[in-house]
Design a protein around this ligand. Sequence first.
Ligand SMILES: [Zn+2]
Ligand SMILES: [Zn+2]
Length: 245
Amino acid sequence: MLTGVGKAMAAFLAQIFPARCLLCGREVPGSRQENGCCPACSQDLRPYRGGHCPGCGLLFAPDDPVSLCLECRLKSRPWKEFGFFGPYQGVLRDVILKYKFQGGFGYAHLLQTLLLQAYALHLSPFAPDLILPVPIHPARLAARGFNQSLELGRGAAKYLGVDISSRGVVRCRHTPAQAGLPRKERLKNVQGVFAADKSLVQDKRILVVDDIYTTGATMAACTRVLQKSGAKEVRVLVLARAVEA
Ligand SMILES: [Zn+2]
Ligand SMILES: [Zn+2]
């Protein structure tokens, strides 16, 4: 017989690790996967290990080597390292969209786990002093109710035992959503958008986290503003890399 506390704990665990697969809803008999998915869905959520650019995650054919893309060769990115979990497509894209627009603790937990896998796979062993999520504007925050990048970064902050702050870099101008804008417009769209808090970021090794990396315009603007405010190093970790059309 479960005591009151035991029952509450069991209910809590059942909420985190539902008896049904988080993604396909199929019942998962016996022990579940750590991430709350059935074995089949977990298979679809493995970190991408194929050919890509280590500077920006540009995807090459799976058999191609890891090598800098033309753009990164011509002009190196402002960050020191870049890591991502996988291409923004298939199951990963579905989970991110569900998480962003439906919320849900189970999805948050799953995506935090994936982000940590990307961290371990792509970034050299280093301990950041501070984790910063790419900020969203207060108006968008009010509409969505949460900043997905802040929630994603919490898992890494807990695991690494470092602080995460939504005040290190803020968005001071509301911009049209980047999605749907042509590349040139995206670059213009993020100019002067971010401001960093020098007292928080100066001399810090910073890990910036976000859910999706598209052209890198947002991430570059964010990184530069941190560097201008005295950040010692900036590394970038995202869940998904957009697939170029
Ligand atoms: Zn499943
Ligand atoms: Zn590149």
